[in-house]
Write a protein that binds this ligand. Structure first.
Ligand SMILES: *[C@@H]1O[C@H](CO)[C@@H](O)[C@H](O)[C@H]1NC(C)=O
Ligand SMILES: *[C@@H]1O[C@H](CO)[C@@H](O)[C@H](O)[C@H]1NC(C)=O
Ligand SMILES: *[C@@H]1O[C@H](CO)[C@@H](O)[C@H](O)[C@H]1NC(C)=O
Ligand SMILES: *[C@@H]1O[C@H](CO)[C@@H](O)[C@H](O)[C@H]1NC(C)=O
Ligand SMILES: *[C@@H]1O[C@H](CO)[C@@H](O)[C@H](O)[C@H]1NC(C)=O
Ligand SMILES: *[C@@H]1O[C@H](CO)[C@@H](O)[C@H](O)[C@H]1NC(C)=O
Ligand SMILES: *[C@@H]1O[C@H](CO)[C@@H](O)[C@H](O)[C@H]1NC(C)=O
Ligand SMILES: *[C@@H]1O[C@H](CO)[C@@H](O)[C@H](O)[C@H]1NC(C)=O
Ligand SMILES: CC(=O)N[C@H]1CO[C@H](CO)[C@@H](O)[C@@H]1O
Length: 886
């Protein structure tokens, strides 16, 4: 029995590694299940040779029919005819689809060599054949169920949401390409992801009927589980708590590719009733393609039926732009013909049309995303470097794009000796600057930064798009002559070529009037280098900076010339003084240590970003001063002292009730979450500890010193820590030892704080007599947890009144946060969701590390790291799947 269990476990683990290992996902299709049935033919029969022909025809037709293809090999004796089809999952690249069909047909010819009917499922595709025709009919047997073994806690409400969302997904799939995906919010921090797909030979009503059956089978397969699928031969459904369907790999697209490369298209669901519409639409397309190179300037003002717009990537020579638009009009007119709206994306261009007048409006859907969500970095440090570099570069571009009249900006950023990150952002030129920024920010907000892998990605909206790669995929604006034959007007000074937008209005009258948007750029004949964009960018912001800037004289007056009696603190970043401004405001003045070699402009830029950070649980930023080598930051002064003042003092600790402590934990978590995820810049605090948590008069916690982490960081080699700033006792092992910081190092510090808040004890003190190194607060808490006497750690001064459930959740969160492996620690998003609803079961924590010798003093410290190494990377929180074949 035991060995049987172990065997089963092995199968599970093997399956898991198949599912998550990036290289495998990228190149090897993931086999799920197959079934041979229908009786056997004999070796060497006509049927068998027909089957061979059929399977190879399926394979041959994969590149041309990415997604779906059916075929028949007929025989005079109808019992020897073979019918077959393949279907790939959703929008996977054709290369993956082909690989999958290849593997599937091979496996079928060996495993089901004599069977008259067979079906085989992979993650990426399904292949099926039979001796009877099954096209356009619904088959629901054999069926396969797969489930993710983790349990959902609030089963009832979850299943209800699941059915609701699945029904909507199925409705959409039935009419829209026989494939649809939908997301639904479970809570503010967690989403449900659903997919439904039918073979495209089904009619919409048959498709919906098939999907209804599959949805109805979800309880059979996956009741109460956090993920699952039901696979029928004619349709399938899947749901997960993570976006499993965006694993698409970017198509081949090398530097300066000449090929336009089709990505995706979406047609609206409504078919137009207007018979003139089709006629006008085809006129529109022919005008768009023939006018793709011309620069004309027409006026608007006519009755309208259809509007169109295209946008080429900003660096393209017009020859390639024209080629792409030509291809796009052909393809969209055959694929979206007779639908009211459509959009098509290529690597080189985007083209859309609608019955609505959509110019100058921000449109964020439909969206098309190619993101690698599987971590392929060799270590945490590399991942951090990437996240840091990407967010920073994107932020720069989002600020710069609205200021570029072409609405096209690119930026490269050196990651390390061997890798450079190239990032592009572009809006359609009809958008106003603010709308362009709004559109790009929406993309940014929806990027799952902490999950991104490194083979590049793009997110395409109808109104704007972002792309990043580790190779240069756009033409360098500084270099001339990579493309040839751009029209003169686009070549001006050769700095950056402009994409064109044509907007065409077709009136209902016979006479067709066409107009093209007037480009600001052409009119003003201004070209900008990347440098001047930055300069302008900065100029634009200097208006914002002005009210934030204080002169040194004012600060000196406020702090009595930085007198010692005004000094209220000293940290790794410099010293802190209390001051009173002219207007009577009390402020905390942080004087950065002189060693910072940061340039003036970088400092200002950082200040500007920090000034935009506003959250109820962050101390308010007031301003800065930059004079004579002084770099000073000014924050609101929060009078009610810091958390440690209450927590670690035997006289005052009873002043903090359990509910106040619980609120403090929640507030701090939300503050950190904001720093990590919800603000446009990602800030890793790096020195979270009770003395940096200030309490206002209502005991609302406010994180202080958050901007310092960033300011100090910026003068280092992007994310590559050459000195460690922090406090022993709160520093994660990987940070203290190797200087690797990430959100997860903040999570560690947060965990220590949570345990301190619960116990009222400081991490660096020891509780029982030395047990080697295991004498810190963490080991004390761990031992009580292990021995199931966990409530005994609760601070005696709150023992009279507390919620046991809240305490237990907080302890478990605390322990999860202080695990050694940074990847095992929950993200702040998870932590906040654990605290705000109990839908999701908490994982069990691993034993924390006790690298801190309880004797260490909790003084701030700055030191050179002894070495830089890496923490072994482990993949967790990934789905464990299990079969339920039938
Ligand atoms: C068909 O052949 C396979 C082996 O090729 C065998 O395992 C299976 O039992 C046969 N089925 C029938 C119905 O004869
Ligand atoms: C593909 O399926 C359709 C029905 O959906 C059918 O009409 C057509 O004949 C099939 N094609 C081939 C080559 O069998
Ligand atoms: C099919 O995939 C399996 C593992 O996924 C691999 O071992 C095999 O070589 C593949 N076959 C082909 C033809 O790609
Ligand atoms: C294969 O599918 C057929 C038809 O649905 C079913 O009767 C049979 O039990 C399945 N075989 C296996 C091994 O699941
Ligand atoms: C899920 O719940 C079932 C009982 O409903 C239990 O047997 C199983 O062990 C649980 N699984 C996990 C992973 O907790
Ligand atoms: C989903 O649709 C089915 C019919 O297809 C219906 O019976 C069921 O009540 C629907 N569920 C929800 C939650 O809307
Ligand atoms: C298109 O269909 C949606 C529902 O699917 C409907 O709300 C909308 O009014 C339709 N639009 C037009 C122009 O008919
Ligand atoms: C579109 O481009 C593809 C290659 O990218 C090419 O095979 C196809 O012929 C082109 N179609 C048109 C109409 O230009
Ligand atoms: C501005 C422009 O060149 N318009 C042309 C667009 O294409 C149509 C048809 O080819 C021409 O008639 C227009 O003159």
């Amino acid at each position: 029995m035991a060995s049987c269990n172990i065997f089963f476990l092995l199968i599970l683990i093997r399956f898991v590694t198949f599912e998550i290992t990036p290289a495998e996902t990228a190149s090897n299709p993931v086999y799920i299940y197959h079934n041979c049935s229908g009786g056997n033919t004999t070796d060497g029969s006509t049927f068998q040779s027909n089957l061979k022909i059929l399977l190879s025809s399926l394979l041959d037709n994969t590149p041309a029919n990415n997604g779906f293809y059916n075929n028949t090999v007929s025989s005079q004796n109808s019992s020897n005819s073979v019918f077959g089809l393949f279907m790939c999952t959703g929008e996977i690249p054709s290369q993956l689809c082909q690989q999958c069909v290849q593997n599937a047909t091979q496996r079928l010819s060996s495993e089901c060599s004599l069977a008259k009917q067979a079906v085989i499922w992979y993650d990426e595709c399904m292949v099926r054949y039979s001796n009877t025709s099954f096209f356009s009919t619904v088959s629901i047997r054999p069926r396969v169920g797969l489930l993710n073994t983790a349990n959902i806690t609030n089963e009832e409400s979850f299943m209800e949401l699941l059915f609701q969302t699945m029904n909507k997904t199925a409705d959409a799939a039935a009419v829209d390409n026989k494939f649809a995906i939908r997301e639904a919010n479970i809570s503010n921090f967690q989403s449900l992801y659903c997919l439904a797909q039918c073979t495209p030979d089904l009619s919409p009503s048959d498709c919906r009927r098939c999907l209804s059956g599959a949805i109805g089978d979800l309880p059979w397969c996956c009741q109460g589980k956090i993920g699952g699928r039901v696979l029928y031969p004619s349709c399938n459904v899947r749901y997960e708590l993570y976006p499993f369907y965006r694993f698409t790999e970017a198509p081949e697209d090398s530097e300066l590719s000449e090929d336009p490369i089709y990505l995706s298209h979406k047609c609206s669901t409504n078919v137009t009733a207007d018979s003139d519409f089709k006629v006008h639409l085809s006129t529109l397309f022919s005008y768009m393609s023939s006018n793709a190179t011309n620069q004309m300037d027409y006026k608007d003002g006519v009755e309208d039926t259809v509007y169109g717009l295209f946008m080429c990537r900003g660096d393209l020579p017009s020859r390639l732009c024209q080629q792409c638009v030509l291809n796009a009009t052909h393809r969209i007119s055959s694929d979206c013909n007779s639908f009211q709206e459509g959009v098509i994306w290529y690597s080189h261009c985007m083209l859309r049309y609608s019955y609505r007048h959509f110019f100058s409006q921000v449109e964020k859907s439909p969206a098309y995303k190619i993101l690698s969500l599987i971590n392929t970095f060799s270590d945490v440090k590399e991942q951090n470097l990437f996240t840091y570099g990407l967010t920073k570069t994107l932020n720069n571009l989002i600020e710069a794009a609205p200021l570029s009249s072409a609405r096209y900006v690119t930026k490269s950023s050196q990651m390390d000796d061997s890798q450079t990150l190239y990032v592009l952002a572009q809006c359609t030129q009809d958008l106003y600057g603010d709308d362009c920024m709004d559109c790009l920010e929406d993309i940014y907000k929806n990027m799952p930064f902490s999950q991104l892998g490194n083979p590049g990605g793009r997110i395409l909206y109808p109104s704007c798009n972002i792309r990043y790669e580790f190779f240069q995929f756009y033409r360098d604006p500084q270099r001339q002559g990579l493309g040839n034959s751009s029209p003169p007007v686009l070549k001006e000074k050769g700095k950056r070529r402009l994409r064109t937008i044509i907007s065409i209005v077709l009136p209902t009258t016979i006479s067709v009037i066409l107009f093209i948007f007037v480009y600001y750029l052409i009119k003003r004949k201004v070209r900008r280098s990347a440098k001047s964009i930055l300069r302008e960018n900065f100029g634009y912001e200097s208006a914002t900076l002005e009210p934030l800037q204080f002169s040194l004289a004012v600060i000196e007056a406020a702090t009595n010339n930085f007198s010692n009696d005004k000094r209220i603190g000293k940290g790794g970043f410099g010293e802190v003084y209390k001051g009173i401004l002219f207007d009577g405001r009390q402020v905390a003045v942080k004087k950065l240590s002189k060693s910072s070699k940061q340039g003036v402009n970088e400092f200002k830029n950082e200040v500007l970003l920090i000034a935009k950070l506003q959250h109820r649980n962050l101390v308010t930023f007031i301003g800065f001063c930059l004079e004579e080598e002084h770099k000073i930051l000014i924050y609101e002064y929060v009078p009610n002292k810091s958390l440690d003042y209450f927590l670690f003092d035997s006289q005052r600790t009873h002043l903090l009730s359990w509910s106040q402590r619980y609120d403090v934990i929640g507030g701090v978590a939300r503050g950190i979450l904001y720093l990590h995820e919800h603000s446009r810049l990602k800030v890793i605090h790096r020195d979270l500890k009770p003395s940096n948590i200030l309490l206002d008069e209502n005991m609302i916690p406010k994180i202080s010193d958050f901007g310092l982490a960033r300011i100090v960081e910026i003068n280092q080699d992007e994310g590559n820590t050459n000195r460690i700033v922090g406090t022993y006792g709160y520093m994660s092992p990987e940070y203290a030892m190797f200087g690797q910081f990430s959100e997860k190092s903040d999570v560690f510090s947060f965990g220590v704080m949570v345990l301190e808040i619960i116990t009222g004890k400081k991490n660096s003190t020891s509780y029982d007599q030395p047990h080697g190194v295991a004498n810190s607060l963490l080991s004390y808490v761990w031992r009580q947890w292990r021995d199931e006497t966990i409530l005994s750690i609760l601070d005696p001064s709150v023992k009279e009144k507390y919620s046991e459930q809240e305490v237990l959740i907080c302890i478990q969160i605390g322990l999860l946060c202080v695990q050694q492996n940074p990847h095992a620690r929950p993200s702040m998003v998870k932590i906040v969701s654990y605290l705000s609803n109990y839908l999701v079961e908490l994982p069990r924590p691993e034993e924390p590390t006790f690298f801190l010798h309880g004797t260490m003093d909790s003084k701030a410290l700055i030191q050179e790291p002894s070495s830089s190494g890496c923490i072994p990377l482990s993949l967790n929180e990934m789905p464990t799947s299990q079969f339920l074949p039938r």
